[in-house]
Ligand binder design. Sequence first.
Ligand SMILES: Cc1cc2nc3c(=O)[nH]c(=O)nc-3n(C[C@H](O)[C@H](O)[C@H](O)COP(=O)(O)OP(=O)(O)OC[C@H]3O[C@@H](n4cnc5c(N)ncnc54)[C@H](O)[C@@H]3O)c2cc1C
Length: 507
Amino acid sequence: MHDVVIVGAGPVGLSLACELGLAGCSVLVLEREAEPGSPGKTAPLGMRGLSAASVEAFYRRGLLDPLLTASGAQNGFFGAQPPADEPPRPRFGGHFAGMMLDGSEIDMADFPYRLPSPAFRSVMTHLDAVETVLARQAAKLGVEIRRGVAVTAVTQGDETVAAHAGPDAYEARWLVGCDGGRSTVRRLAGFEFVGTEPQFTGYTMHATIDGLEQLRPGFNLTPTGMYVRMPNAGTIGIMDFDGGAFDRSRPPTREHLQAVLRRVSGTEVTLSEVHIASSFTDRAMQTTAYRQGCVLLAGDAAHIHSPLGGQGLNTGLGDAVNLGWKLAATVRGHAPEGLLDTYADERRPIGAAVLDWSRAQVAVMKPGPHAHAVQAVVRDLIGTRDGTTYVFERISGSWIRYDLGDGHPLVGRSAPEFRLDDGTRLADLMEDGRGVALDFSTDRRLHASAMRWDGRIRYAAGTAAQDLGLGAVLVRPDGVVAWAGGDSPDPEGFERAARRWFGAPAS
Ligand SMILES: Cc1cc2nc3c(=O)[nH]c(=O)nc-3n(C[C@H](O)[C@H](O)[C@H](O)COP(=O)(O)OP(=O)(O)OC[C@H]3O[C@@H](n4cnc5c(N)ncnc54)[C@H](O)[C@@H]3O)c2cc1C
């Protein structure tokens, strides 16, 4: 029997497997597809934008360089990073409903605790690269991945759960459904999935197009929807406000795609050959719970929405990193009371906000005079420094702050990339997935306390290379600040936070 069975070796399932493997859990991943990789997962259709929050998660586990190598990525919203001691340099900030942001307008004063980091950027990658890097890491950590196993039934006992595939049963103490938007686990375990029905059908395709020059590069809002001409010649996205009427059980034909593209773009382009195409909608749904007994959900299995603004993968990776250490502590028996429940408490509101972010974009893109009027207002607002900064925060994931109660403004947020004067960076201390206590005080006030959680919390002391006015911080394994102390940090405050997130001390 394994500690955890994960259903689905997509990016979210694999990311969760790595987090659990890092914490020493025995993990089995069951994946329906016999082979990793497929044409839809590589460029151009498999291209995905990772937000700064996701890039940070890779960086903190030592996986950013492998990811960049696998992606062939030389890009990022903020471009190549300047030398470590200069402030980060934003360059490009993405879009809202096709309205482009001017990255040079982002007000960096809104990020007073941001420290220079190679991870303060976005990365344009593809699903194949993400999955390859994570599968390699999972294998290194002893995770078993069985491919060609489609789960068709889930049964729960008092303390165990089993995934069934044909005559085979795979038993574990916990099961996590990371099996995507049409999740079988979600249905089998009886999760309620609620939300809004689609307004449009979307298509992405790579095609040979006669009259390509008629299509304007970039995002183009039109009276009937939107089309996007991507930098790779012949890669096109279309959003057709048909109420989601297209029957997605079959692949879109060349004739259908041509008719839709002509209608939405108002051109007479001809698709002489469609090399690959897929469809999606803006159906926006979320489960009302993320856990039923020993079964949990993460990623698209728990929330789906349109790909506008590229948030699905980022939200799913955020789920995995949030859940991993909490489930591992539960498996290993040192989780404080209620720790696992904080997964849904923290992540469901994020998922709900992402669904609304995608609905808001759909609302301003909708054909018709009312949406067009709102579009003009939003365009003006986005054109302001505050508007640009607001949208940038949403796209980059910088807005995410879990409600961990009152405290320093950093509490509940992703930790800045603290650096000690000996050159040690926070990320160096996080690779093995433990919590980190950073003590900047001259009298090492937290040393004795922190050592009581040795094995769960790594203690490091030194002078902070940049003074953010902090005497110490406690960072959770997912990189979130759990506690921050002032100039003369109070060991009692630290101990309360350590007990809350890491359980009773070993000594
Ligand atoms: C056109 C488009 C563009 C997008 N762009 C972005 C972007 O730029 N940024 C972003 O953040 N997101 C983007 N997304 C969303 C993103 O692709 C998804 O949110 C993400 O892939 C979900 O990952 P997942 O691991 O949860 O699910 P999936 O990637 O769907 O993986 C689920 C896995 O489970 C397996 N599986 C399913 N059923 C079973 C079963 N019964 N038994 C065993 N295995 C099973 C599947 O084979 C699959 O491998 C985009 C989506 C689309 C459609």
